[in-house]
Design a protein around this ligand. Structure first.
Ligand code: IPM
Ligand code: MN
Length: 369
């Protein structure tokens, strides 16, 4: 008897619905060709949820996300909601999901597929073969620290955000990074601003202690300031294996790393919680790209980042590494075959729509299976 996994699909805004349509087709292919079933349900998040219910994430949807084996998210946001109060903005729905599901470890791989190396704005030899994993802390730091907001101070208006980390918050994300490095090239860069920030000094100390006392002597640990890391990412990105960093630096550095690979439209991500007694963790998978309102509804978005996020779901939530490999290899084959969506278009290649990219990928999966 085959196992049934509950997937909650939150397509969200902009190009989210278009790319998630292709993810659904890939999931259907896996269900048809492998011994697994997916019970897929749709829900609203972001601006779409705000338009329907006046909130970017309602309690029913949150409960469904909590109960699902995995959540697959498209994208949230767009200029349509620019004037909405911050607590109802589309982004607030995503932040609430991360926080409420306690998805503290955000895995953002930046790999440069050979077929796209020349599409990078960096020289081909700098990026070709690149394979970095950024582990971004996702539920603490300045995104959630208190106090925050406007105050009056010495008769002046001022505004505050707070960077805050507990020891446990740093330890649990560090552990994820070390464990990932162990399956890769055994090198971790821990990134902060210990030269300026108290929380940076603390971060560095906690990571060092974990390294020394946590049984990670087989892993090489390097500390790096965040500004230097940004510079090193464009200077010589292949020096990195795993980078672990806080919420805000992780947001910035992962966009930077993403661009090394030729297109933001290619990069998947996984957001994972702690494992429960049965070894299962809450999880949400989403592309790193945003909702791209400028091209939404035109059938030209690249669905590969969302599809590769689903591959991460198979790998990390369902222990289906072989099927994840299959999807990743199929994506490579499609690109090697010269098929491109507009965002990764190169001279002499065939420009296709979102759905034709989906068709091409499924065809390669058939061939490889
Ligand atoms: C990301 C996005 C989000 C973030 C926004 C949409 C809130 O930029 O996932 O990187 O800042 O975390
Ligand atoms: Mn971001």
């Amino acid at each position: 008897m085959s196992d049934t996994k509950k997937l909650l699909i939150l397509a969200g805004d902009g190009i989210g619905p278009e790319v998630m349509t292709e993810v659904r087709r890939v999931a259907e292919w896996i269900a048809k060709n492998r011994t697994i079933n997916f019970d897929m349900e749709d829900g609203l998040v972001g601006g779409a949820a705000y338009d329907a219910h006046g909130t970017a994430l309602d309690d029913t949807t949150l409960q469904k996300a909590m109960d699902a084996d995995a959540v697959l998210l498209g994208a949230v946001g767009g200029p349509k909601w620019d004037d909405v109060a911050r607590e109802h903005r589309p982004e607030a729905g995503l932040l609430a999901l991360r926080k409420e599901m306690d998805l503290f470890a955000n895995l953002r791989p930046a790999t440069c597929l050979p077929a796209l190396a020349e599409a990078s704005t960096l020289r081909e030899e700098v990026v070709s073969g690149l394979d970095i994993m950024i582990v971004r802390e996702l539920t603490a730091g300045v995104y959630f620290g208190q106090p925050r907001g406007m105050q009056t101070y010495e008769g002046q208006e001022r505004c505050i955000d707070t960077q805050s980390y507990t020891k446990a918050e740093i330890e649990r994300v560090t552990e994820v990074a070390f464990d990932l490095a162990r399956k890769r090239n055994k090198l971790v860069h821990s990134v902060e601003k210990a030269n300026v920030m108290e929380s940076g000094i603390f971060w560095r100390g906690v990571v060092s202690d974990m390294h020394k006392n946590g049984g990670y002597s087989d892993i090489e640990l390097q500390h790096m300031y965040a500004d230097n890391c940004a510079m090193q990412l464009v200077r010589n990105p292949k020096q990195f294996d795993v980078i672990v960093t806080d919420n805000l630096f992780g947001d910035i550095l992962s966009d930077c790393a993403a661009m090394l690979t030729g297109s933001l439209g290619m990069l998947p991500s996984a957001s994972l919680g702690a494992k429960d007694a049965n070894g299962k963790a809450k999880a949400l998978y989403e592309p790193v790209h945003g909702s791209a309102p400028d091209i939404a509804g035109q059938g030209m978005a690249n669905p590969l980042a969302s599809i590769l996020s689903f591959a991460m779901c198979l790998r990390y939530s369902f222990d289906m590494g072989a099927e994840a490999d299959l999807i990743e290899n199929a994506a490579q084959a499609v690109l090697n075959g010269g098929i491109r969506t507009a965002d990764i278009m190169q001279k002499g290649k065939a420009k296709v729509s979102t759905s034709v990219m989906g068709d091409s990928l499924l065809r390669e999966m058939d061939k490889l299976a």
